[in-house]
Design a protein around this ligand. Structure first.
Ligand code: PRP
Ligand code: URA
Length: 209
């Protein structure tokens, strides 16, 4: 079974609280999402393996460590996942980026796929699927299925806010996937919105109310 990592950090919690406030406008919401994503990426990459290399400094040769292993591939789920991308790329600029386009049908709450463009050789990369909201879990589960279909092995899922329903869905559909979230909220309302949540992440990010 995949692990749930709740990324507790005062800065992450503070910024997420500001994002939850309905008075926070699009410009500030967008900036905050990038900042939180960068902080989450810092925490998520804490366990990356290191390898020894020999470096010639201006003074001498010596052994130091650099990040080893696979290159990262980030896969934001369109649209709202895009709001986290630049924050992560600030820390990991060499990451490859794929896009999966999914929207949640307002009536059925089922994900509808409309776009997919992924880096080659996903099987050789550490893949992180990125989406701020894990509600019913339908969208994230479908995105994980897509990246696995293209070769991803044990992809990770990074979200801002999750609820138990979405976590259960991922654990059922993708028991190999570790979930990284900034918060676990109470649950879903009758319209499938996270409570207390922050509303529709895509709409708040792009001002499409
Ligand atoms: C939001 C969010 C997730 C999805 C979560 O996207 O960004 O992708 O809802 O809900 P789920 O867990 O119940 O599937 P939305 O469908 O609003 O599309 P958008 O990003 O294009 O606004
Ligand atoms: N998608 C969102 O953007 N917000 C929610 O609360 C649920 C799904």
């Amino acid at each position: 079974m995949g692990t749930i990592h709740v990324m507790e950090h005062p800065l992450i919690e503070h910024k997420l609280t500001l994002m939850r406030d309905k008075r926070t406008g699009t410009k500030e919401f967008r900036a905050l999402l990038q900042e939180v994503a960068m902080l989450m990426a810092y925490e998520l990459t804490r366990s990356l393996p290191l390898a020894e290399v020999t470096i010639e400094t201006p003074v001498t040769n010596a052994q130091f460590r650099v990040i080893a292993g696979k290159t990262l591939a980030l896969v934001p789920v369109l649209r709202a996942g895009l709001g986290m991308l630049d924050g992560i790329l600030n820390l990991i600029p060499a990451a490859k980026v794929g896009h999966v386009g999914l929207y949640r049908d307002h009536d059925t709450l089922q994900p509808v796929e409309y776009y997919c463009k992924l880096p080659s050789n996903l099987q050789e990369r550490d893949v992180i699927v990125v989406d701020p909201m894990l509600a019913t879990g339908g969208s994230a589960s479908a995105a994980l299925t897509v990246v696995k279909r293209h070769g991803a092995v044990h992809p990770k899922l990074m979200v801002l806010v999750a609820v138990p329903e979405g976590i259960k869905k991922i654990q059922t559909d993708h028991p190999d996937v570790d979930i990284y979230t900034a918060a676990i909220d109470e649950g879903l309302n009758e319209k499938g919105y996270i409570v207390p949540g922050l509303g529709d992440a895509g709409d708040r990010l792009y001002g499409t109310f």
